[in-house]
Design a protein around this ligand. Structure first.
Ligand SMILES: *[C@@H]1O[C@H](CO)[C@@H](O)[C@H](O)[C@H]1NC(C)=O
Ligand SMILES: *[C@@H]1O[C@H](CO)[C@@H](O)[C@H](O)[C@H]1NC(C)=O
Ligand SMILES: *[C@@H]1O[C@H](CO)[C@@H](O)[C@H](O)[C@H]1NC(C)=O
Length: 289
């Protein structure tokens, strides 16, 4: 979206072109600055704070044909990116915060990232296709294509009994020990400590779940970013984004997100107020619905 705003700066009327093509996030307008471009569907964004490396999975294309998936890592300082070698069809990314280990999953099992060789080393579940990895206290993964949830118990991965009969596409446990599950039916919260399952939403596709430094839970959806609307059981959209794929908070708790082919950072804008009002009135006029 581009807007022409007429500004009066220090009493002198002057016309200026301002591009309000950023994002209103939680009621504040930010510029969106491309961090890296030309990656198809960058998903599963994860920032490893100690090394300053952003990891994400993306789709490898030949022309318009999908040929494979790969995991790429980029330095957040330089923006220089390399594909992680040693893992076929890399897609899933999980972080064991306690041991500072990054795990990666692909067509043929689970791998551990070696920060010295910058390659993936085989870890387990040979022959299994890994859709997603999640580590907090326990080590979980979701197997593709069945979308079944597994957990590591007594030196083996077993199906999670509570999720035996249904599919799980996205799995997240918050620092408060609440569990969030999204699948083709809906997004659910399984609340600690009662562990009752609560419906949250089914009006968008959840692509990633993350938590910020304050413990707020964010859902990256296909049409924007949502947060949990506490204490009511629901969600509310806090940013509108076309075809969002991934979301992460950087070392300063600033938002990074991806759309179909670019990963952006949100940056403070010198025209935050002007663009906020321009975009909000544009929205209210229904032009952007
Ligand atoms: C892309 O596809 C063409 C035609 O099928 C093939 O010749 C070429 O080697 C492919 N390129 C890559 C990088 O796979
Ligand atoms: C894409 O796939 C189609 C069907 O398999 C094939 O005919 C075409 O050559 C492929 N294109 C490229 C660039 O590989
Ligand atoms: C999604 O999960 C809910 C419960 O968490 C379950 O009732 C539903 O059957 C699941 N949907 C699919 C497609 O498995």
């Amino acid at each position: 979206m581009h807007f022409l705003l007429l500004l009066s700066i220090s009493g002198v009327a002057s016309a200026e072109f301002i591009k309000c093509d950023g994002v209103i996030f939680r009621g504040v307008y930010f510029d969106k600055v491309p961090f890296v471009r030309n990656f198809y569907k960058p998903s599963n964004l994860f920032l490893h704070k100690f090394s300053g490396m952003l990891f994400f999975s993306n789709t490898v294309l030949n022309g318009t044909n999908i040929t494979d998936f790969t995991i790429t890592s980029c330095s957040v300082d330089s923006g220089r990116c390399t594909d992680v070698h040693g893992i076929p069809g890399g897609f899933a990314i999980g972080y064991d915060q306690g041991n500072d280990d990054v795990y990666l999953g692909g067509h043929d099992g689970i791998y551990k990232y070696n920060f010295v060789s910058r390659a993936a080393e085989f870890f387990g579940e040979e022959g299994k296709s890994i859709w997603s990895l999640f580590i907090r206290k326990n080590f979980y993964y979701i197997r593709y294509p069945e979308q079944k949830l597994y957990v590591y118990v007594d030196s083996a991965f077993v199906k999670v009994a509570e999720a035996y009969h249904f599919e799980v596409d996205i799995f997240y446990i918050s620092r408060q020990n609440d569990i969030y599950i999204a699948n083709k039916t809906a997004l659910y919260k399984i609340e600690h400590p009662s562990y009752t399952s609560i419906f949250l939403a089914d009006n968008f596709v959840v692509r990633q779940i993350v938590e910020d430094g304050f413990g707020d839970i964010y859902f990256c959806g296909n049409d924007g970013i949502y947060i949990e609307d506490k204490p009511a059981y629901g969600v509310k959209r806090v940013a509108k984004i076309d075809d969002a794929y991934g979301l992460v908070f950087d070392e300063n708790d600033q938002v990074m997100f991806s759309d179909r082919d670019t990963i952006y950072r949100l940056k403070q804008s010198p025209y935050s107020n002007e663009c906020f009002y321009a975009l909000s009135s544009y929205d209210q006029n229904g032009a952007n619905k």
